[in-house]
Design a protein. Sequence first.
Length: 99
Amino acid sequence: MKPLVAIYWIRVSLSIVAAAISAIIATMQNATDLYTFVNGLTIALLVYLLSYYAIKAKFMNKVEKQSKIMTQAIIMYFIAWAVFFVLFYSLLKGPGLTV
């Protein structure tokens, strides 16, 4: 597997993990919707930044442009995180929500 493809799939996988962690923490809080989303997004950013340093250490000599390590799959990471965050949060909260 090429290094950039590996980085892509690592980031997508980590976005699912970050979404699960975000959803678990969000269900433990009794706060507004915006507060819940911001806390989840902060966790997603933290996981992304930690993954950058881990991926950089592993793929530093295998990627031609070092900036590709930071930017590879950034949009897909946050799209996948948002989709799975909503899914996991909905599954954990259940249908008992009232508007």
